[in-house]
Design a protein around this ligand. Sequence first.
Ligand SMILES: [Zn+2]
Length: 114
Amino acid sequence: MSSPPPCPACASTLTYEDGLGNYVCPECAHEWPIKAEAATEEAVRVWRDAAGKLLQDGDAVTVIKDLKLKGGGGVVKQGTRVKNIRLVDGDHDIDCKIDGFGAMSLKSEFVRKI
Ligand SMILES: [Zn+2]
């Protein structure tokens, strides 16, 4: 958790959270919602591969470890190339299609950008 931002009204840095979803400035009594800032952070989310490189929609990646599929669906082997990924929100944050397997979801931490 980062420290509260300075007051947008008087630039005081003595701001604090009131525990009710707002920041409060003790110097000028200005209050503003914490949520607005959280939403901004969400909008600039970035996806990175296992090596920390930025991923973008349409990138091609390789799988860096064998990935067992649920339900006995086989194993996506290390080194499998995946073209045209699509970045999504969620635990498995990459949507893609893999030859021989069809549509599936991967985790960005298990791929590397080609
Ligand atoms: Zn203030």
